[in-house]
Design a protein around this ligand. Structure first.
Ligand SMILES: Nc1ncnc2c1ncn2[C@@H]1O[C@H](COP(=O)(O)OP(=O)(O)O)[C@@H](O)[C@H]1O
Ligand SMILES: [Mg+2]
Length: 361
């Protein structure tokens, strides 16, 4: 708590005229402008020391002060009105008599309040995510450790419980990593360490990392195409990994990563997004995991698309969603991202593309 004798942080710290309110300063200026010429003329007159003259000067002084007070009030009225509106947090449209400076101030306040509202909503969502998504694996791990330490389990079951604990811990770690990424990539002044990058090599790396998971889910995961661009490969890899994680969750049979002149695309033959990308790519908006009546496993806090979008934007591109029928769903026989004029029925593919401004072959 601040001491009662300490300086008041809200008190103005300027000196001289700056300490006075604008109203007082305006009043003083108007008073002086009206009074001084009158005083000069009166003092130069031959009758300057008569009682009448002194009374006249006094009257002019009082009238100038009253005029100054009311005029300054009228001049500052738009500012006072804005102050009251800011206090009430109730911004209407600009008033017709608002001068341009007050209009800009009003617009700036509106922007600030908007940003504060967004920040507050994000903080609430962040807390909700923390409480829900972090709590669940922690509780599960607690129960499993309790079982492991108190129950006389046979070896096979102990190993199974151990594996569950590991899976829950991995989930927790993934979630914490996502939250750290979201925090890092949310900043507008994100700095990238750009180097010439072989986009196909980047995709091949990702395919290798996810191969086990794809196989366990019975999915075909592959990369095709090629290109080079100036990117922060480590950061871009996080974006593509997020898209691949989603694709593996939703695909029926196939996930294909493609490097091309537009950038990097992750395509899957799943049901497609159930909401506009703009909505889904907001932070902390995990969606109910039922699409077209089918149940999908939950992701991590709804941060993946947001992070991918921010990384695309930091590279000067954006995240784009298209859903297009492609021929054949097995990329080994018919590459689904390249048009073939042979038969098999077109399968709709969910494509999320991280566009990059300059890709060379
Ligand atoms: N490939 C996809 N197919 C269908 N829906 C998807 C796909 N990728 C993302 N989504 C939808 O977008 C939502 C947000 O995705 P994301 O931001 O990665 O968060 P999370 O994976 O934690 O749910 C998902 O919950 C899902 O509803
Ligand atoms: Mg995700």
């Amino acid at each position: 708590m601040s001491s009662p004798t300490g300086p008041d942080p809200a008190a103005p710290t300027g000196s001289g005229l700056g300490r006075l309110s604008l109203r007082t300063q305006f009043t003083a200026v108007i008073f002086l402008l009206a009074f001084l010429p009158n005083l000069g003329v009166t003092l130069m007159s031959p009758l300057r020391l008569s009682l009448l003259n002194l009374l006249w000067i006094l009257l002019v002084g009082v009238l100038s002060a009253i005029m100054g007070y009311f005029l300054s009030g009228a001049l500052l009225q738009p500012v006072s009105r804005l102050e009251a509106e800011v206090k009430r947090r109730d911004f209407g449209e600009a008033h017709p008599d608002d001068p341009s400076e007050v209009r800009s101030l009003r617009a700036a306040f509106k922007g600030l309040l908007g940003r504060l509202g967004t920040e507050q909503a994000r903080r609430n969502a962040f807390m909700a995510t923390l409480v829900h998504d972090l709590k669940t694996p922690i509780i599960a791990t607690g129960h499993l450790t309790h079982a492991l330490t108190t129950l006389p389990l046979p070896d096979a079951e102990r190993r199974e419980v151990g594996a569950h604990i590991q899976a829950e811990t991995a989930r927790l770690l993934a979630l914490v990593q996502q939250m750290a990424d979201a925090h890092r990539f949310e900043r507008d002044d994100l700095t990238l360490n750009r180097q010439p990058t072989d986009l196909r090599a980047l995709l091949d790396d990702i395919v290798r990392r996810f191969a086990g998971r794809a196989e366990a889910a019975g999915l075909h995961l592959s990369a095709c195409g090629g290109g080079h661009a100036l990117t922060d490969a480590a950061v871009l890899e996080r974006a593509v990994s997020n898209l691949v994680e989603n694709a593996l969750r939703y695909a029926h049979r196939t996930v294909v990563l493609r490097a091309g002149h537009e950038g990097l695309c992750v395509a899957d033959d799943g049901p497609g997004l159930d909401l506009p990308l703009d909505k889904l790519a907001q932070p902390f908006n995990a969606q109910p995991a039922i699409i077209a009546g089918q149940q999908f496993t939950a992701g991590t806090a709804g941060l993946g698309l947001f992070i991918a979008r921010r990384i695309a934007e930091a590279h000067g591109g954006h995240l784009r969603y298209t859903r297009v029928p492609e021929v054949g769903s097995d990329p080994s026989s018919h590459p689904p991202l390249e048009h073939a004029d042979t038969e098999p029925a077109p399968v709709p593919f969910t494509k999320l593309t991280i566009t990059l401004p300059e890709v060379t072959p």
